[in-house]
Design a protein around this ligand. Structure first.
Ligand code: DGY
Length: 332
């Protein structure tokens, strides 16, 4: 940041937990989003021209169209969230902008939600809840809404970073699940393997994992390489009794292919927290009973959202002080 005595302008793109907004207002020249509407591309361009720091999140699609032009004032994009696929990192770097994120603090809550989705779909909880609410329930009977138990089944974890390993640990500890993981691109993977459950086994290939797993849970980042990693062919490799869980990013799954696979019972079910065309959801999915649909709630606890805000504030404070922020994703 410049040595100017004026407070840096921090543009906050969405409403944040009150304690975090209070901190932003106390320390910076804050521009808050009172309506909490998602910003249009031209509003993001304007923000990059007027603010020193953009405090943004997953709903802000910051692309080369916003970053490539002249007159950009922003020097730091502090993302509230760990995933940064909504930001063109190369274009940010070229524009002289540092990008930070908020890793670690949302690991456990996101892992919990993946486990929750697994239980919801295997035990038919979403379907059961709709059944009660619509008044269709006629009473207990031995063969009514019988689901599947996760106990002793094989969990296939794709992407074995912090969240994938946490899901693996919880599934092994709570349900005695056998864990098979696959994450060829994670450079930290050899160090990381020890942090998973002791029964975890590395799959020799993605195909092997898909063929052996009873539940497949996605935890890899969204990149050009992982777009539609789960497509029609790969869905057909899964057991017809298997379930797919996605708490990572929507575009890792070809959502049209998934909806066909669920309709044709190529797989038994899916639990989704993220969508390819978020916040739109392929209409077919909303009609089906063998899928649980949540609105991107992975990190949505007051504790974690506050911790994410605090982590972003630490990145901003370090940057303003002229230090390297703790959670740098890219820097020029
Ligand atoms: C994350 O942190 O990446 C969550 O999905 C919200 O962006």
């Amino acid at each position: 940041m410049s040595a100017s005595s004026e407070r840096p302008i921090v543009f906050v793109t969405r409403k944040l937990p009150a304690s975090i907004e209070t901190e932003v207002v106390a320390h910076y020249d804050a521009r808050l989003n009172r309506t909490d509407d998602a910003l249009a591309p031209e509003q993001l361009t304007a923000a990059l021209r007027q603010a020193d720091i953009i405090f943004c999140t997953v709903t802000d699609n910051i692309r080369v169209e916003q970053l490539g032009g002249s007159g950009i004032r922003t020097k730091l994009i502090a993302n509230f969230g760990v995933g940064v696929n909504h930001i063109d990192l190369d274009a940010a770097k070229r524009a002289g902008i540092t990008v930070t994120n908020t890793p670690d603090v949302l690991t456990e809550d996101t892992a919990d939600l993946a486990i929750g989705l697994m239980l919801m779909i295997m035990r038919r909880m979403g379907e059961g809840e709709r059944h009660v609410r619509t008044g269709a329930w006629s009473g207990w009977r031995p063969t009514h809404m019988v689901g599947r138990s996760p106990r002793g089944k094989t969990l296939g974890v794709i992407g074995y970073g912090r969240i994938g390993r946490a899901v693996a640990r919880h599934a092994a500890a709570a349900f005695g699940m056998h864990v098979l993981w696959y994450a060829p691109r994670d450079p930290r993977i050899e160090d990381a393997a020890s942090a998973g459950p002791t029964n975890a086994q590395r799959a020799t290939s993605l195909d092997e994992l898909l063929q052996r797993a009873d539940v497949v849970s996605l935890h890899c980042p969204s990149t050009a390489d992982t777009k539609h990693l789960i497509n029609a062919d790969r869905l057909r490799m899964m057991k017809d009794s298997a379930y797919l869980i996605n708490t990572a990013r929507g575009d890792i799954v070809d959502e049209w292919a998934l909806s066909s696979a669920l309709r044709e019972q190529v797989i038994a079910g899916a639990g989704l927290d993220v969508y390819e065309f978020e916040p739109s959801v392929v209409a077919d999915l909303k009609e089906m009973e063998n899928v649980v649909l949540l609105p991107h709630l992975g990190s949505a606890t007051m504790e974690t959202r506050t911790a994410m805000g605090e982590r972003a504030l630490k990145n901003i404070a370090a940057f303003v002080a002229g230090d390297v922020p703790p959670d740098v994703v890219v820097r020029p």
